[in-house]
Structure formats: structure tokens, C-alpha cells
Design a protein around this ligand. Sequence first.
Ligand code: ADP
Ligand code: ZN
Length: 713
Amino acid sequence: MIEKAKTALKKYFGYDNFRPMQEDIVQSVYDLNDTLVLMPTGGGKSICYQIPAVTMDGIAVVVSPLISLMKDQVESLLANGIKAAFLNSSLSSVERQQVEDDIFKNNIDLIYVSPEKIVSPDFLTLLKRVQIALFAVDEAHCISAWGHDFRPEYTQLKFIKRHFPATPIIALTATADKATRKDISAQLGMYQPKIFVASFDRPNLSLDVKPGQKKLEQILQFIKKRPNQPGIIYCLSRKNTENVADKLQMKGLNAKAYHAGLPAAQRSKVQEDFINDNVEIVCATVAFGMGIDKSNVRWVIHYNLPKNIESFYQEIGRAGRDGTNAATLLFYSYADIMTLRDILSNNENANVELKLAKLERMQQYAESLSCRRKILLNYFSEPFEKACGNCDVCKNPPQYFDGTTIAQKALSAVYRLKQQVGTSMLIDVLRGSGRKEIFERGYQNIKTYGAGRDASIRDWQFFMMQLINLGFLEVAYEDRNVLRLTPLSQKVLFEKKKVELVQPQVAETRTQKAKAQAKAKPKRERVRDELFEILRVLRRELAQQRGVPPYVIFSDATLEEMAAKRPTIDSDLMEISGVGERKLQLYGNFFMDKIIEYIKTKTAEGEKIQGSTYILTYELYKQGLSIQEIANKRELNPVTIYSHIAYLFEKGEPIDLFKYFSEEEYERIEEAIEAMKPPFKMKDIYEFLHEEIEYHKIRLAFSYHSKKTENVE
Ligand code: ADP
Ligand code: ZN
């Protein structure tokens, strides 16, 4: 059965192998187990129920919370030649009838439905009359009140197991914590569920935190390094989304704002345009992204600090779902912490303590001086020992120095200011600022006024953050966020305790090691070059004509591999990950034509480029030149040209080999081949035929013969 699954994986999705856990999950469904799958966004959850759906008897019923998600999934499936449909409130009654008929006639492999739909009596009646292979519950954490995305309508899904006790149910989510996990299986009434927890690591996402100053400048630099790459900028306030979008537009960038306050039509237009690669950058509140399956988002920037690590991870998880490298950048400023603390504390009805604790973990992430990925994964209870090599801390490891004097200056100032000021006033005093309040309060008279002039404000902020994190100072959140001394600070002030601090980063100097790591080759060869751009444009055009999002045609990863390998014939194209039979049939020639055109142009310009040799021979062949003529023109040996011709023929190109040998000659050669015991060499046949038939003819006839027998099998 699992062999059947692999064949389907290649046939429909164009993938050679399951990812590690997918195979076990598929097997678990085949074994009719209730199955719970926890996998990060982009981990490949869908395949886990889609493959059973197309290989098992009966139809798969998929519960999905969002209309836009369903539509996306169904479009992708149809594009892969899989019979899928959805039922939700967006359909007209005629459309609905059509889909229900298809279900009834078992003319469908996957049906996506909303949670409301599945519990409706009419639908139940329909389901009872057809064979059901499995139920899949997507975004299953929505069923748990513990999770961060609770949806009351999900709680009715208990009903599934009650009515179909023998049908396996597979629940999938990207939310990992243990309480939610237990809750899901209990709420769904799963029977001894098999639980699969995939690694939450997303090694293709780079992690970067930068101080939240001159953000716009930093963003512009960031985007400049990533031209034509779709990305999202998350902002805390609606106003900010508009501001940032305006400013980017003024710089000539294709950016749009998105937030819940905009008219629905405008919002869905922005979303559609983004999905279809017509808008490159969306500046959005967290309202954006939930229902978006776009796999080629290349970067995510957080303009402000998110409230907790769950949200942060989910939001950055929208980048790089295709598995190709993607960048994430978080701007961190202390002011954001203050704002968020205010917002969270004012929230009357909910669990303030828990929320503040979660914010603190987020802050720890932003302020970390060790591998950031470690912090993320440990947060999700996934032990992660080694340094990741793909976060800013790993790439630019902290340099420690003796910061005792710095600590003494800061702590002494806090002491002399009677523990009555916050961080920014403290820094101003240390740097001897002429701020009015300083003089009003007489702070210019304390001994440490101006004692820290030699360091910049930014450096001081960095030192203060470390002093707080190391426990030398405390922030009194309950009292205007003023700084307070701690038992540890006494040791520094009065017992000469040494303090190790990290140097502020001077520039983007990377260590050799990080460079080497960054260069480590991905398994499949991929490039983003001129050809990639050409293919990308083609993809967009095709997508527009067909009214589907570009990534439904091919993912970025697939295009990158095409650009690297430059396939020009069907069989080579099929080798590329993401190209299945259906897509080969629908789009193969469009893409191969572009690749051929590219290779020809480059060759005409005198460039010697990879992948060109067969094409050039083939071009001349199509012009009707003889082998000798082609050989002369290309300054190659005729034997080489014959081998090209044989190759092209074997790969299925329409080449008439009988131009090169007669029917009679072929029959003789075929007899020889059939008479010989394998393994044999061309030379053996040559000798068997008393050296009467030329070598190249044997070579070509051999191709013809193997193609012929291959087709018979
Ligand atoms: P999730 O639902 O977990 O967020 P998806 O099912 O959308 O993830 O898969 C993420 C991406 O990984 C998609 O582009 C998908 O086609 C690709 N993918 C899934 N399984 C495989 C596989 N076995 N080999 C290669 N790519 C895969
Ligand atoms: Zn790291």
C-alpha cells in the first residue's frame, strides 16, 4: 500500500520521497488509526491526508476553518489532477447541488467543508449514503480553548466520531503545546490516537533581530537586497501599516496596507493581489495571513515586537513554506515592550499574568545573546542543542569584555538618582544630556552625570538590556518602569564584583565559520538567476490567464531547480521536484520553451552554457542537416552527434531513426540483439553481424530497440 502511496506522490505532486514523518502518518491512516499530527507550518501536513485520500477507497472529508484556505487547497489539488471540491457558504445553490451530486456518485476524492457544514443534518444524510475513507480536521487546535485561536464551531466536531466510529480521523495542527494536544484528541473523541510530533524547526528561515531605530531605512536596505521578492511587514497598529506602506510607495515599491479597518473589498483585493504576485509587499496587522497559503513569501519583517512567541512563530512561518531560504527580521525596542505591557494589562477579561509572562519570553528571544533558534524550539518543548548557524547571533557571535566599569557607572547613577528614573532618563544622565527635565530636577549635579559620554545611546541601551537580563537591575513595571537595584547590584557597587558584558556589534562582520555554514549546499541544486526570473514571469502570466495563484502552477523551489538544471525534454523535467504528470502536461512545454529560448540566446551571444549541447544538436537536426553537417558545424566528432541523437530519441523526442538505417538493417540488428545473452556490448553485436553494419547504426538501432521494448512492458 505504501508503494501505491509513493507512486501517487510522484504522479500527482511530482515528489520523489515522503518527508520523514509523512510516510509513517500515511501508514497510520491506512491502518485505520485515529491520528494526531503536529507539524510546523510548511512541514507538509496536507500530503498526510491527501495521499490517503487519493489512494484509499471512498472519499475523504476535510474540515477546514477558512473559506479562503479551502479554495486555495482545492485549486492546488485540481491543478495536480486530483478530484477535489469544497462546500461552504460561498457557493450558489446550483454549485452546491453539483458538488453534492459528485459526492453521491463517488466522483470525488476530497471534499473540503466548514465545521458548520459537516454537522448539518442534510450533509450527514449524504455522508451516511457514501463510502468515506477518512475524516481530516485541519487547524485542529481551533477546537481547544487552551489554544490561541479557539473557534466555538469546532467543538461540535465530536459528532464525527460518534456517527462514524470505524472511520479514521486525522487531526492536524501547527500548534504544539501539550495541553492543546491532549485537548484535541479528547474533544474529537479520538480512539487511542497515534500521535506524531514533527520537529518544529524551520531551518530555511533565517532569524535576525535589529534595534528598532531608523526602521524605515533598515527596511529599505533589506528590500534592496531582495528585489522582486514578496514579503510581509507586520505592524502593531493600523496607522503604522498605512504609514509604512505609504513611505515604501514613495520609494517606488509595490507595497499595500492591510488591516481590519479597511473595507472588506479593499482587503480582499490586497490579499488576492499579493497571492497573485501583483503586489509585492503587504504592510499588515496580524489580521493578515491566517488564510493565506502562498508558498513563496520570501521574507517577513516585524515592525514591532509580537505579543508572544506562538504568534511570532506563526507569523514568520508564513515565509518560505516552499522550503527555499527565506529571511525574517524582528525590530526590537524597549518602547514596544512598554506599549505591549500596557495593552495586555488593560485587557480586563483575560489572563493578564499569563500574557505578561509570555511577553517576557518574547523579550528574552529578542534580547538573546545565544542562538535564537534554541530559544524558539525550547519554547515549544523541543530540545535543540547545537547552534543553528542561521540566526544573527550564530552568524555574529557575541564578543565578551570586562564591563565592570560600565556596570559601576550605571548602577551608581541609579543609586544616586534614588531609583526614581527609567532607562532612557538614566542613559541621558550618563551621557550628560542637556534635556530640560534633567536641569529641572537637578540631576546634572550627581557625580556620574556625563560619566558615560564615550558610549553612544545605542550602545548604552544594549548595556542596560544586558544589566537587566543579568539581574544587576530590575524594572519596576508597577511603578512607571523605573530602574531598581538588586542584591547583585550591591555586589558590584560595594564588593568589586566583576561584570562580563557583550560588545555592541560594530558591523556585519561574519565569522569564517558562519560563512562556510551559510554556503553549505542544499540537497537539490537550485539557483536564482536570470533564467529563474524569466520562468517567474512566465509563471505569473500563466497564473493570470488561468486565474490561479502563481505558486499553484509551480513553487519557487521548483523554478529554482529548473533554473539550475535547465531541462528541455519531458523526462528531464519530470526529474524536477514538484513536477508531476498533470503539471508536465499542462505547463511543461511553456517552461521548456523558455529554457530553450534562453539557452539559444545565450549561445548566440557566444556564451558556453550548461545544457546547451543537446539542444544545439537538436536545433540543427530539425533544420534538416545531416549528421556530418551537424558535426562540422559544431566542430564535434560525428560519433558524439550520434550519441546526442540517440539520447534525444530515448528521451522521447520525435526523431526518425530510420533515416540512419534501413528496415532491413534494423531487422538484422534486432535479431542479433535478441540472439545475444545480456549483458553484451555494442561491439559484440558488431562482431555478431560480421562487421557488416556500421557501428553508429547499431548504436541507434539499439536505442530504438530499447525504446520499443520499454513501451511494450
Ligand atoms: P503545511 O500544511 O504543513 O503548512 P503544506 O502541506 O502546505 O504544509 O506543505 C508545504 C510545502 O512543502 C508545499 O509546497 C508542499 O508541496 C511541500 N511538500 C510537502 N511534502 C513534500 C515532499 N514529500 N517532498 C517535497 N515537497 C513537499
Ligand atoms: Zn542560531
